[in-house]
Structures are given as structure tokens and as C-alpha cells.
Design a binder for this molecule. Structure first.
Ligand SMILES: Nc1nc2c(c(=O)[nH]1)N[C@H]1C(S)=C(S)[C@@H](COP(=O)(O)O)O[C@H]1N2
Ligand SMILES: [Mo]
Length: 532
């Protein structure tokens, strides 16, 4: 094997071993301190908003696996470099380990919820990777290299060939060293295979440990019994079409969490502090003793493109936030609620939206179950009428009353608009884009939403022709989307359907297209189909 190639391979295998050990040591207790996840999280926070938007748009929920793969590839390249350097310069081994391990540790410590021990997995991994690389690239003397000079020797039993033992008292360096020669160094191949197998086993164990933890959190979630609502949601009106309520398993997920936070409901606490007369701390049991409300509410993401999928409607169960705020006593001047999650996300919500009578709540249930882990178990915030980035903090652990002047929450710091009022919008769900249809009556159908205001009209236009009224199906409330349908007499040819909604203030959804950044997309959704 050429020296450069074998050096690169050694670097990659050593780094793989180090990462496996690091992830393994993190998996059982703090998976977020594993170097891959920690670096990934740091990359997410440092990524410019435009790139993040691009990633969400292009990769959807695959954005996280793609990011982790990218990080692994970059790490492998750097490790290969370190390996090549190590075959020429021994100091490259500790230097490489220190730099890469340091980067992992720094990333882990940069997480908002980090504790000093979070540096340990990366440091341990660096020590292991360094030792492995040292061992793999140890200059070989005598035997092995001498054998190598004859080139590959197929089918010969591999007799261990130890380098001549150093004579006591004679420094090892004094022994004449034969430099390694090109050819297959079978001992190195064995070592590489051994280490790679060990790293694979460690990685598998780490994954299963993390999985078991998730299952454990899942189990406590399943054991949690939610009380019946004191104020239940009325039954859905007759005449809503299937799909009005979005199932938990298909509800969109948007967040920055590379590993889903796992919270023990028994030790969970919510601290309410800041511009209040008295700080309050409540447990989940305390919350569940309060009278619960149940409401159908549509939640959507500000990053949603026109026609996009990041919207869903669920039946939420929770504690009205206003009651809790009043118990704490709101000090004059406060105008912002900053909700903080266990993973350090901060979401800023206008205080007025918790006090103006809407059903802003600390949600504990979603569609008749405790919140799924991905959707914020055990408690999240929910603010009807606001995009998720401004009102729906998941994995909630802290609520601070403050002012918009004093605190920029996470997304606002990144240029998104403070406030986050949902814009009036509509979407065509049927027919699908580029569908092939037969001439005759075709049902065009979709949803329209303007939470807090409600939808009063939806119109459809074919090929830029006159706007025709669509039929509105019954809906649950002004906080939920409205389903609509329109019977179109399709004629042969290619046609473009457009939709626009009107909300209860009389505002018509504008045609002009704006990007989701910084306060939500606008524009009409269109679908082109072929009839014939
Ligand atoms: N802790 C935390 N909460 C969060 C986020 C996040 O990244 N972290 N993302 C917000 C955004 S941008 C949206 S749109 C909603 C999405 O909620 P869902 O994933 O339950 O659909 O969660 C909000 N709450
Ligand atoms: Mo969002």
C-alpha cells in the first residue's frame, strides 16, 4: 500500500474509532454532547438564514441526515489529511487529535443547555483516535517491511512478525530502521480491519443505547394519563371532509433539534420569571391539576412556501397561559414572552396574544394523546394566529416576561420579524400538479387559513379567467383552516388553476409573491394540469 494511501486510511479508521467511542460515551446520558450532533447543532445555529431556508425547502425533513452526512464527510477528509501527515511527522498525531477533538468539545460546550461535562465525549474520542492513529502509523522496523519488499505473498499463513525487541539499555531509535516500502502491509490491514470492526460495534451499541433511551422516554409518555378537559372542544361540525384533522404521525415537524429532546415528565419543571411580581415554578402534576381546555387549532410554519406542506390542524389539550401569568402577576411595561426550551431554543411571543382572550396555551395533549416527543413532550406553547417560530415553543421549560426591546429571541436574532402574525393564504390539494385528467366535471379542492380572522371566501380562477366562488365546507373555528371545493368543467388542453382567499377583515390574499423570509410568504398557489 502506498504510504499516502495507507496514511489516509489510517487517519479515517482512527477518527472513526474516536467518533464511535465519543458517541458511545455520550449516548446513554447526553446524546446531544456526541461530537457529530454537537457540531451539527453548532452549524445549524451559525448557518445564515437564507441557507437554512434553502435547506428546509430543498431537503424538507431530510435536512438533518444530509447535514450529519456532510459533517462526517468533512471529518473523514480532515482525518485522512492528519493520517497522511502522521506518516511523515509524528507530531501530526496529537496535533490532529487535539484540533478535531477540540472542535467537537467546543461545539458541545457552545450549546445553550451545555454543562462542562459535555466536552468529555469529544475529548475522550480524541484521545482514542490519537492513540489509534499512533498505533496504526507506528514506524515499522525490520521484519514486516523486509517481507513487504517481496511484494504481496498470497495464501501464505500470516506468521506474526514482531520487530526485534529493543535491547535493554539500548535506545530503540538506535536500532537500524528499515523504512516501510510500498506493497501490501498485511499487518496494517489487519489492524485497520480490527479497529474498523471495533468502531462499528461501538457505533451500533451507541445507536441502540440512544434508541433504548428514546423508548424509555416513549414509555413514560405512554404511561402518562391526561385528565379530561374541563372545557372540551365541540365535536367537528358535520360536513368537514376527511383530513380536517392532521394525524400526529403525519403532522409536519420543523425545529433545530438534531436529537429529539427526551424529558422525564416526573422531574420536568416550568419556571415563570422576569417582569412578574412573584416567580412561579410548576411541575407537570401541578399543570394537570388546572382546568384544561381543548381546542382545534391550525399551526403553520413561517418557512412554508406558497402551496407548501408545513401546516396542520390538531385537537390540542392544554392550560390557558393567561391564568398562570396572572397568578405570577404581570409587571407594567412587559410586552414579550420569551419561552425557552430544554435545548436552548428561545421563542418570543407578544404578551398581548396571551391576554387578549385567544386560546394561547401550554399544550400537553395532541389529538387525544400526550404530545409526541417530536412535537414537544411534555409541554409546548401554542398561540393561535401566530406562526410556530413566534408562538409555539416545544420542550418548554422556562417562560420569561420581558420586552421586545431587551431580548431578541432566536429567530428574531436571525432576521425574522418579531410578532409573527399568520398571513391569509390558501392551497390547492386536488388535483395534483401536472395531473392528467379527463374532460368533464373535476373537483378542485384544498384548504385556506387565516387563524384568528377566519376565512369568508375562496375563489378559483382558470387560466387567468374570472374568479369563481368555491364552496366553503364547515370549519371548527376562526383558529382552524377552512376546507373548500369547486366543481370545474374541465376542457381538453393544458390549464392552470389558481386560488385566493378572503379573510373576515375583507382582506383578499395578494397576488404578489414574497419569500417566507422575514415574515411569511404571500402569493397565489397555482397548479397546472393536462386534460385530454
Ligand atoms: N424548542 C423548539 N421549539 C420550536 C422550534 C424549534 O426549533 N425548537 N421550531 C418552531 C417552529 S419554526 C415551528 S413552525 C413549530 C413547529 O412545530 P411542530 O414541529 O410540532 O409542527 O415549532 C416551533 N417550536
Ligand atoms: Mo416554523
Amino acid at each position: 500500500m502506498g504510504r499516502t494511501l495507507s496514511g489516509a486510511l489510517c487517519g479515517i479508521v482512527a477518527a472513526g474509532t474516536g467518533v464511535a467511542v465519543a458517541e458511545l460515551s455520550a449516548a446513554a446520558t447526553r446524546p446531544q454532547a456526541g461530537p457529530l450532533v454537537a457540531v451539527g447543532a453548532a452549524v445549524i445555529d451559525a448557518t445564515p438564514t437564507a441557507v437554512k431556508e434553502f435547506a428546509v425547502r430543498e431537503f424538507g425533513t431530510h435536512d438533518k441526515p444530509i447535514l450529519l452526512t456532510g459533517i462526517a464527510v468533512v471529518l473523514a477528509l480532515l482525518a485522512a489529511l492528519a493520517g497522511v501527515a502522521a506518516t511523515r511527522w509524528r507530531l501530526a498525531v496529537p496535533a490532529g487529535a487535539l484540533i478535531l477533538g477540540g472542535a467537537g468539545a467546543a461545539a458541545a460546550l457552545s450549546r445553550p443547555a451545555a454543562t462542562p461535562v459535555d466536552a468529555l465525549p469529544s475529548l475522550l474520542g480524541a484521545v482514542v483516535a490519537g492513540a489509534a492513529l499512533w498505533w496504526l502509523t507506528r514506524p515499522r522496523e525490520g521484519g514486516a517491511a523486509a517481507n513487504d519488499r517481496h511484494g504481496p505473498v498470497p495464501a501464505t499463513p500470516d506468521v506474526p512478525r514482531e520487530a526485534a525487541p529493543a535491547t535493554p539499555g539500548v535506545p530503540r531509535e538506535a536500532a537500524p530502521a528499515t523504512p516501510a516500502q510500498p506493497g501490501v502491509d498485511r499487518r496494517l490491514v489487519m489492524r485497520l480491519a480490527l479497529l474498523a470492526a471495533g468502531a462499528g460495534a461501538a457505533e451500533a451499541t451507541a445507536l441502540s443505547l440512544a434508541g433504548r433511551q428514546e423508548t424509555a422516554a416513549g414509555r413514560t409518555r405512554e404511561m402518562l394519563r391526561l385528565p379530561a378537559p374541563a372545557d372540551p372542544a365541540p365535536a367537528l361540525p358535520r360536513g368537514t371532509a376527511p383530513g380536517f384533522t392532521t394525524g400526529n404521525d403525519v403532522f409536519y415537524r420543523v425545529d433545530t433539534a438534531l436529537s429529539v429532546p427526551r424529558i422525564d415528565p416526573a422531574t420536568w419543571r416550568l419556571r415563570l420569571h422576569g417582569m412578574v411580581d412573584r416567580e412561579i415554578e410548576v411541575s407537570l402534576a401541578d399543570l394537570l391539576r388546572q382546568p384544561l381546555i381543548e381546542r382545534d387549532i391550525t399551526l403553520n410554519c413561517v418557512s412554508n412556501e406558497v402551496g407548501g406542506p408545513y401546516i396542520g390542524t390538531a385537537r390540542w389539550l392544554g392550560v390557558p397561559l393567561a391564568a398562570l401569568l396572572r397568578e405570577a402577576g404581570i409587571r407594567a411595561g412587559a410586552d414579550q414572552i420569551v419561552a425557552r426550551s430544554v435545548d436552548g431554543m428561545t421563542i418570543g411571543t407578544p404578551l398581548a396574544t396571551a391576554l387578549d382572550g385567544r386560546d394561547t396555551m401550554l399544550a400537553v395533549g395532541m389529538n387525544g394523546e400526550p404530545l409526541p416527543l417530536e412535537h414537544g413532550f411534555p409541554v409546548r406553547m401554542l398561540t393561535p394566529g401566530l406562526y410556530g417560530y413566534a408562538g409555539a415553543c416545544k420542550w418548554l421549560t422556562e417562560i420569561e416576561l420581558t420586552t421586545f426591546e431587551q431580548v431578541d429571541a432566536y429567530w428574531v436574532e436571525r432576521g425574522w420579524s418579531p410578532g409573527g402574525t399568520v398571513k391569509t393564504a390558501s392551497r390547492i390539494d386536488r388535483p395534483a400538479p401536472f395531473a392528467k385528467l379527463s374532460p368533464g366535471p373535476v373537483t378542485v379542492a384544498g384548504v385556506a387559513w387565516a387563524q384568528r380572522r377566519g376565512i369568508t371566501a375562496v375563489e378559483v380562477s382558470v387560466d387567468g379567467g374570472p374568479w369563481e366562488q368555491a364552496e366553503l365546507l364547515p370549519t371548527a373555528s376562526v383558529d382552524t383552516w377552512t376546507q373548500w371545493r369547486y366543481s370545474w368543467a374541465a376542457t381538453a388542453g393544458s390549464h392552470t388553476l389558481a386560488v385566493r382567499a378572503t379573510d373576515r377583515t375583507g382582506a383578499v390574499q395578494p397576488q404578489s409573491r414574497v419569500t417566507p423570509f422575514p415574515d411569511g410568504a404571500t402569493g397565489w398557489h397555482t397548479v397546472t394540469v393536462t386534460v385530454g
